[in-house]
Design a binder for this molecule. Structure first.
Ligand SMILES: [Zn+2]
Length: 400
């Protein structure tokens, strides 16, 4: 197969990327980057009437400047409506970013992250709209979705009402590293926390009258580890991972405040992940049972134990697409047309695709050059960005 001619204006695509990277828009503060995207889309010929915000931000339990940005492009030929998505926000480490080009990369000045996650996706979506409009490329109906607050918990995608997207049947999400990598599934995550209320007592005079919340927590964690629930979890009934993220006291302070007082309060917070939602819950329950055993074993001189309040909540559901799913087949066909062998990946972290899939929109995630994300060493690989843009344009214009 000869490579299809894709009329990508590389200089324009890089200019969009540089422009969007230079606009600060950390998670929850997406108004300025949304305005920059709208300006670019209008300049590319998208009518203002095709561009709007939803009201997802009203349902997000954290302050969020705008809703998700949604753009509807009518098709020039029939076909299932395609969704292209990415997220507008960057991690807080990107605040104050000053992007600059260094050879075939774009980098930060070394004091902030860059925000190629996911401004490469933002730029690629604008490039798709601009390229199909400027070159009159035949395409089915297309919806563009720029979500908010992805980095702080996939909130925009979670609170999205799929009915707002104009009847999309499948989605290409651009939020990955390499064009060859198709993310076709991801784990789900369960968050858990435990509050342990013991009893204070003078640690030198009457330690037996105290109930150490710190010790209940410590024993509980050891119990959980000994039962196989910590770190990599592999059991006959499922696989997953778990971690203890925070072990402290009230309001982000340390647990306890003096060496001579038996600690009366401790707070522990962690997570569990699995390709199977029920098993992620099972891991959380493993911790719950472990803290229950700890409560029974750490008691005062009268046999009384601490009060242990354990809770867990689903952060996002897992998903996995088969290789015969229409969107995976479409992505595979597009990659092969570009002479790139697809590498199918299952992600150990959640992404907007988890919620889009939950909303009934099968979603494959592709990459467009972001690298070393969430660190001050973050950069954009421009060769991969260009490949990602070509792939996205091809996905938008391939025959059904
Ligand atoms: Zn991202």
């Amino acid at each position: 197969m000869t490579a299809p001619a894709i009329p990508l204006d590389v200089a324009a695509a890089e200019a969009h990327l540089m422009n969007f990277l230079s606009v600060e828009g950390i998670t929850g503060q997406e108004a300025n980057i949304a305005a920059a995207v709208i300006a670019a889309l209008k300049a590319a010929g998208v009518p203002e009437s095709a561009i709007r915000f939803d009201d997802a931000n009203k349902r997000i339990p954290l302050p969020t400047q705008t809703g998700n940005l949604i753009v509807q492009l009518p098709g020039t030929r029939p076909g299932p409506r395609l969704l292209f998505s990415t997220h507008l926000d960057t991690v807080p480490l990107c605040a104050g970013v000053k992007p600059r080009r260094e050879g075939d990369r774009i980098v930060s000045d070394g004091t902030t992250a860059l925000g190629g996650d996911a401004r490469t996706g933002v730029a690629a979506l604008v490039v798709v709209a601009e390229t199909v409009l400027k070159n009159n490329l035949p395409h089915p109906p297309i919806t563009l979705l720029f979500t908010v607050r992805e980095e702080s918990g996939l909130h925009g995608a979670r609170e999205l009402n799929p009915a707002e997207l104009g009847g999309v049947e499948m989605c290409v999400n651009i939020d990955g590293q390499l064009a060859s990598e198709l993310i076709v599934g991801a784990v789900g995550q369960e968050n858990w926390e435990v509050e342990i209320t013991g009893r204070a007592s003078h640690a030198g005079v009457a330690p037996e009258k105290g109930i150490s919340a710190t010790m209940v927590g410590a024993v509980g964690l050891v119990e959980a580890r000994n039962a196989g629930w910590f770190g990599k979890v592999s059991k006959p009934e499922g696989n997953g991972t778990s971690n203890v993220g925070i072990f402290g006291g009230r309001d982000g302070k340390a647990a306890g405040d003096a060496t001579n007082v038996v600690t009366d309060y401790a707070f522990i917070k962690g997570e569990a992940r699995s390709p199977n939602a029920a098993f992620a819950t099972e891991i959380a329950r493993g911790y719950e049972a472990a803290f229950g055993r700890a409560k029974a074993s750490v008691v005062d001189h009268e046999g009384q134990g601490a009060e242990v309040r354990f809770s867990h909540v689903t952060a996002y559901p897992p998903f996995e697409l088969g290789q015969d799913t229409p969107i995976v087949e479409r992505a595979t066909r597009a990659l092969k047309a570009l002479g790139i062998e697809p590498n199918y990946l299952f992600s150990n972290g959640g992404l907007d695709a988890n919620w889009l899939d939950k909303h009934g929109i099968p979603t494959v995630t592709i990459g467009a050059g972001q690298a070393e994300i969430h660190t001050i060493k973050e950069y954009v690989n421009l060769a991969e960005y260009e490949k990602g843009c070509r792939l996205a344009i091809l996905l938008a214009t391939l025959d059904a």
